[in-house]
Design a protein around this ligand. Structure first.
Ligand SMILES: [Zn+2]
Length: 184
């Protein structure tokens, strides 16, 4: 009987070593962190700088380029910081003109959310760059509103692909020119 004992012990030790040892460090498989896409981590929108208004022109061009629209030939682009009446944070003063002139009331603009800031600037640039009217809806629907990232992506796509795009008529353009002429 005695001579079997060492073998039995060896087997026992072996058996034990097969058991999970709670003192052994656990092998941690790193979880792939899923980052929810949002304005702050989007490769284009994250380049927007609220204190650098021209950065919105940069990201607007990048968004357009995603839909094969090249806006690099447009160079007469001006952003002006000025007080605007009521709740208006930004206006497009270059609609129906061959220049882009966006006026932004920075005292209001800086309090908007990132999504609202980008929505506002894309909306105003939509007016000036493409003479887009409010009739297209989506991105060009009037009034700044908070817009969820995925929905905004859709609106940007629908704008640049012409799904939601209606140009000002010549009559409307004349009315707009009269308005902006009277202002200046
Ligand atoms: Zn508008």
């Amino acid at each position: 009987m005695k001579r079997y004992l060492p073998l039995f012990l060896v087997l026992l030790v072996f058996a034990c070593s097969k058991e999970e040892d709670p003192t052994e460090p656990e092998v941690i498989i790193p979880e792939v962190e899923e980052v929810e896409p949002d304005y702050d981590n989007d490769p284009i929108y994250s380049q927007a700088r609220p204190n650098l208004l021209s950065s919105y022109w940069t990201i607007f061009k990048l968004s357009a380029a995603q839909y094969d629209i090249d806006l690099s030939h447009i160079t007469d682009v001006t952003f002006v910081s000025d007080d605007l009446p009521g709740n208006t944070a930004g206006i497009a003063n270059g609609s129906c003109e061959d220049y882009i002139l966006i006026v932004v009331d920075e005292s209001k603009f800086r309090w908007l959310t990132t999504g609202e800031q980008i929505f506002l600037m894309y909306h105003e640039l939509g007016h000036d760059v493409f003479n887009a009217s409010h009739a297209g809806g989506g991105l060009m629907a009037p009034n700044v509103r908070s817009i969820e990232y995925t929905l905004f992506q859709r609106e940007v796509q629908d704008f640049f692909t012409g799904v939601d795009f209606v140009e000002w008529t010549e009559e409307e353009c004349q009315y707009i020119r009269d308005l902006t002429d009277n202002k200046s």
